[in-house]
Design a protein around this ligand. Structure first.
Ligand code: TYD
Ligand code: MG
Length: 453
């Protein structure tokens, strides 16, 4: 019999390796590779195996109607789920510890239960009394959710099999342990095996399973990354610790558009929905100040306006600071390089700080122009024109590229009281509402026109 092979798994990206090394070749992270116990090859493997049967695609559609989705009534959550919960689906909710995952999931379970979608919430982190206290604080004591405190996977599966709820929340995947895996709870082996069994259970039983998983930047605990491939939907709960806004983002969704976001505000009584995020993200803006540019963005199917803030100051360091919060650092470096090389505006010897107000994260390349505008405005100490929004992608040549959904961006900007948009010359706009449009071909002409350089 072949010797069982030990394998090594990266806790950051889930890639498997044949031997240990200090750095994962797949994702480039350091110290994330851990040893995983070999899968036990029980006797009888291969015996009595049944051959799979192929079904024609056309044969699938006619017999079974599409599964009905169960909405929670929390609109910001339902949107991210693609309209509601799909029976038998597996959902991963990841996020930093303390960000509010348990709070959100308890509120969601209660919302489902109140609408007649039978919900079970199983916590491996809190005792029953703690859970009841939390529910009380959130005003959910009367909701018909069934609570459990359990960490043994076998017991959880037995309970779920007996109860057969419509949805089960497992908080968290890192606390589970299965006696078939010889490893500590939270290790890659345990997390992977528990997730696999729960996902299989979901498919077999039609119970929708929501797995909560902590992510740590250091990848100390087996990150939910190893689970991402197994589930249908991956939601990340993000936010900056100091801010009260929380964003639930669909990174993957087999049953809906990915990239969709739900916005929540943290309050003493739990998370409350934010129906108009643009207004909220811009609420702290006063008179125009140097370094502030409003970006008309799109998150999923929804337009969201955010304020990009830049500060540029003389540096005393040999390698000046580049501190970026809420934006992709690589893209910011590219824009700085384009400004230097194509527009002749040097940033050498200057510290650069960039931030998206409100703790929002912006990943769209369409934000390039707003970032460039904020940087220039900060560098020249010259406020950008008021009531103006920006969007457009910057290419390496400095040319501005068109972006998707220009009309939606403009409509949202107008709704929030903006009257002017600066956008790429090549951008096709149908209609555009009552906004006045200033079109720019490339960054060089933009810097010239806006700052009289
Ligand atoms: P919690 O939901 O326990 O975070 P996680 O499960 O992601 O680790 O929330 C962390 C703390 O924040 C907890 O003490 C409750 C508090 N909190 C509020 O007071 N209001 C809120 O709206 C949220 C989301 C959390
Ligand atoms: Mg928790």
């Amino acid at each position: 019999m072949a010797k069982p092979v030990t394998s090594f798994t990266c806790t950051a990206c889930g890639a498997s390796h044949r031997k240990w090394s200090g750095r994962c070749e797949a994702c480039g992270e350091w110290n994330t590779i851990v040893e995983e116990a070999p899968l036990s090859q029980g006797p009888g493997r291969g015996l009595g195996a049944q051959r799979g049967r192929a079904i024609p695609l056309s044969g699938l559609s006619s017999t079974e109607p599409p599964p009905a989705r169960a909405p929670s009534g929390i609109e910001e959550l339902d949107r991210v789920l693609g309209g509601g919960l799909v029976p038998g689906s597996a959902i991963l909710v990841g996020g930093d510890p303390g960000i509010g995952k348990s709070t959100l999931m308890l509120q969601a379970a209660a919302a489902f239960a109140r609408r007649g979608t039978a919900a079970v919430y199983i916590s491996g982190e809190e005792a029953g009394a703690q859970l009841r206290m939390r529910a009380q604080r959130l005003g959910l004591s009367d909701a018909p959710v069934r609570l459990g405190t359990e960490t043994a996977l076998r017991d959880i599966l037995t309970t779920l099999d007996a109860e057969r709820p419509d949805v089960a929340v497992i908080d968290s995947i890192q606390t589970l342990w299965s006696d078939t895996v010889d490893a500590a709870p939270g290790s890659v082996g345990q997390v992977r095996s528990a997730a696999h069994e729960l996902v299989t259970f979901a498919k077999r039983s039609g119970v929708a399973v929501i797995l909560v998983g902590h992510v740590t930047k250091e990848g100390q605990i087996a990150g939910p990354r190893v689970v991402e491939h197994m589930v249908d939907t991956v939601l990340y709960f993000e936010g900056e610790r100091g801010h009260q806004f929380r964003i639930l983002r669909a990174v993957k969704n087999r049953f809906g558009p990915s990239g969709e976001i739900g916005v929540f505000e943290m309050t003493g009584g739990g998370l409350s929905e934010v129906a108009n995020p643009s207004a909220l993200f811009l609420s702290e803006r006063g008179e125009p100040v140097p370094g502030s540019a409003v970006f008309a963005g799109i998150e999923g199917t929804r337009p969201v306006l955010t304020e990009i803030q830049a500060l540029v100051a003389p540096s005393t360091l040999a390698a000046p600071r580049r501190t970026v919060v809420g934006l992709d650092g690589g893209r910011v470096s590219t824009i700085l390089a384009v400004l230097e090389a194509r527009c002749g505006i040097p940033f050498a010897g200057l510290d650069v700080f960039l931030n998206v107000a409100g703790g929002m994260r912006v990943a769209e390349p369409a934000a390039d122009l707003a970032v460039a505008a904020a940087l220039l405005s900060a560098r020249e100490d010259h406020a950008l024109p008021a009531e103006t929004v920006f969007f457009g992608e910057v290419s390496l040549s400095g040319a501005l590229r068109p972006v998707a959904q220009a009309e939606n961006r403009l409509k949202e900007a107008q709704k929030l009281g903006f009257s002017r948009a600066i956008l790429p010359e090549v951008q096709k706009v149908e209609g555009g509402g009552g906004m006045s449009l200033a079109r720019v071909a490339d960054l060089t002409s933009f810097t010239g026109e806006t700052f009289g350089a």
